[in-house]
Design a protein around this ligand. Structure first.
Ligand code: TRP
Length: 364
C-alpha cells in the first residue's frame, strides 16, 4: 500500500501571527493545501505547548486561540480541506507523550539547540519547568499521532523534527513498524527562513515591537515600513548603499515578484536591477520603501479583508475549531490503538492474550 501523504503543522497561540509566520510557513501551507497532493492536512494550535512557558498567564493563551484561528482562516486555510484543531482537546497526545518519555534521555533533551536557546531567553537556567524541558517529546507526539509525513515549519524547528525522527526510529525498532518518520519542509526562499524584525534585529518578536501583524491595518503597515531599518551608512540618495542586512531588501526578497515591477516600478525589470542601482548609489530609501509598501499591501489586503469577514461570526469560528478537534481526535485515537497494541498494553481487545493466559494457567 502506498503511504499516504499527510501534512501536520502548528503554532503556539501566544500572540497574533505576523508576516514572519506568513512567509516562513503560512503562505506555503495554503499552497500545499490547494495543491491537491496531500491526502490529509492537520493544522493546529499548540496551546498546551504555549502553556509550558506561560503557565501563569492562561488568559493570554485563551485570547490568542481565537486570534490565531482568525489568522489561519484569513490566510486561506480552508476547513473544508484542512483540519484545524487545538492540541489540548486531544488527550491522546498526552498519552503518547507519556510513552515517548521512556524513549528519550535527559541528556538528549539538554543537547537540543532550540531548547537550549529558549532556556536562556526565558532565564529558565536554574528552574526549568519539566513540561517546558520535555516539550520536544510532546511535539514528537503531535506529529506522530497523525502519522504526518510532511511538517512545514521554520528552520528553528529542525531540532524538533530530528528528535521526532529519532523517537519514531526507536519506537519502531523496539515495538515493530508502527509510526511514520516525518520529513521537515523548509521554506525554499532564504529570506523566508527567518524574516528579521522591522528594526533589522534577527527575530520578529512581540516584546521587541518589531513585527508587522497580518491583522495590522493598511496605515499601520505603511508606518512600520516607513520607519524600517535600512543601511545606516546610506545617508544621501547619491551614496552607494548596502543591500545585505538591509531589511527593506530582505523583505523584498521575501515578498516581491517580477510582475510587481511592471505594476509599481516599471523603471526596473526585476529585483536584481533595483539592488544594483541601490548599490551604485542614486536610489533613495523612500522610493524603495514605497515599492515595498505597494507589494506588501497587495498581498496583505485580501488577508485583512477576509479576517474582517470571519470576525463577524466568531461563534462559527469556535464551531469550526470544535469540529476540527473531533476529526483530529478520531485520527489520533486510531494511531493510539495501534501504539497500545505494539506496546502490548492492549489487554482487553486481545482475545488471543486472554485465551493464551487461560491455557497457561490451566496446564500448570
Ligand atoms: N514548536 C512550534 C512553534 O513554536 C509549534 C508546534 C508544536 C509544532 N507542535 C508542533 C509545529 C508540531 C509543527 C509540528 O512554532
Amino acid at each position: 500500500m502506498e503511504q499516504k501523504k499527510i501534512i501536520l503543522t502548528g503554532d503556539r497561540p501566544t500572540g497574533k501571527l505576523h508576516i514572519g509566520h506568513y512567509v516562513g510557513s503560512l503562505r506555503r501551507r495554503v499552497e500545499l493545501q490547494n495543491s491537491g497532493l496531500y491526502d490529509k492536512i492537520f493544522i493546529f494550535e499548540a496551546d498546551g505547548q504555549a502553556l509550558t512557558d506561560n503557565i501563569d498567564d492562561p488568559e493570554k493563551v485563551r485570547q490568542n486561540v481565537i486570534e490565531v484561528a482568525l489568522d489561519y482562516l484569513a490566510c486561506g486555510i480552508d476547513p473544508a480541506k484542512s483540519t484545524i484543531f487545538i492540541q489540548s482537546q486531544i488527550p491522546e497526545l498526552c498519552e503518547l507523550t507519556f510513552y515517548f518519555m521512556d524513549l528519550v534521555t535527559v541528556s538528549r533533551l539538554q543537547r537540543n539547540p532550540t531548547v537550549k536557546t529558549e532556556i536562556q531567553m526565558r532565564n529558565f537556567e536554574t528552574s526549568i519547568p519539566v513540561g517546558f524541558f520535555t516539550y520536544p517529546i510532546s511535539q514528537a507526539a503531535d506529529i506522530t499521532a497523525f502519522k504526518a509525513t510532511t511538517v512545514p515549519v521554520g528552520e528553528d524547528q529542525e531540532p524538533m523534527l530530528e528528535q521526532a525522527r529519532e523517537i519514531v526510529r526507536r519506537f519502531n525498532y523496539i515495538y515493530g513498524d508502527t509510526l511514520v518518520e516525518p520529513e521537515i519542509l523548509l521554506p525554499d526562499n532564504a529570506a523566508c527562513l527567518r524574516l528579521p524584525g522591522t528594526d533589522g534585529k534577527a527575530k520578529m518578536s512581540k516584546s521587541l515591537g518589531n513585527c508587522i501583524y497580518l491583522s495590522d491595518s493598511a496605515d499601520e503597515v505603511e508606518k512600520k515600513i516607513r520607519s524600517m531599518y535600512t543601511d545606516p551608512d546610506h545617508l544621501k540618495v547619491s551614496d552607494p548603499g548596502k543591500v545585505e542586512g538591509n531589511t527593506v531588501f530582505t523583505y523584498l526578497d521575501a515578498f516581491s515578484r517580477p510582475e510587481h515591477f511592471c505594476r509599481y516600478l516599471p523603471d526596473y525589470a526585476n529585483l536584481d536591477e533595483l539592488k544594483a542601482h541601490y548599490r551604485r548609489g542614486g536610489l533613495g530609501d523612500v522610493k524603495v520603501k514605497k515599492f515595498l509598501s505597494a507589494v506588501m499591501q497587495e498581498e496583505l489586503e485580501p488577508i485583512r479583508t477576509r479576517r474582517k469577514e470571519f470576525e463577524q461570526d466568531i461563534p462559527a469560528v469556535y464551531d469550526m475549531l470544535k469540529k476540527g478537534c473531533e476529526v483530529a481526535r478520531e485520527a489520533a485515537a486510531e494511531t493510539l490503538s495501534e501504539v497500545r497494541r505494539a506496546m502490548k498494553i492492549n489487554y482487553f481487545d486481545d482475545e488471543e492474550l486472554i485465551a493464551g493466559q487461560a491455557e497457561r494457567f490451566r496446564t500448570k
